[in-house]
Ligand binder design. Structure first.
Ligand SMILES: [Zn+2]
Length: 109
């Protein structure tokens, strides 16, 4: 399961950066186009966090909407699929945002 390995690396990174402190809150950014399901991450996070410094931490997930730039007319548009189409009719888009998956913030006790 894709989400399980992601959740596992998030827990590992947080536990390492906490340097022995307990992690209270983790904020994750998940791009809408990253094909990662936030609910699955949430479930796997709790499983992976067990018996680590991250156990019991609150997981906050911020979903970043997809955004692309049209290479034909230069417009920026919101996209909810990796291959959208610009209002000018061009499908020549460059994704700007929405594919990321990163730890935005972490709070330790
Ligand atoms: Zn365009």
């Amino acid at each position: 399961m894709h989400e399980l390995s992601i959740a596992n690396s998030v827990v590992e990174i947080c536990a390492e950066q906490a340097h022995g402190a307990r992690v209270r809150r983790v904020t994750l950014e998940i791009g809408q186009l990253s094909a990662v399901m936030p609910e699955a991450i949430r479930f796997c996070f709790d499983v992976c966090a067990k018996d680590t410094a991250v156990e019991g931490a609150t997981l906050e997930i911020v979903v970043i909407p997809g955004e692309a730039r049209c290479l034909t007319c230069g417009a920026t548009l919101a996209v909810d699929v990796p291959f959208g189409q610009c209002a000018c009719g061009s499908g020549n888009l460059e994704l700007v945002s929405g594919q990321q998956l990163k730890i935005r913030q972490m709070e330790v006790v």
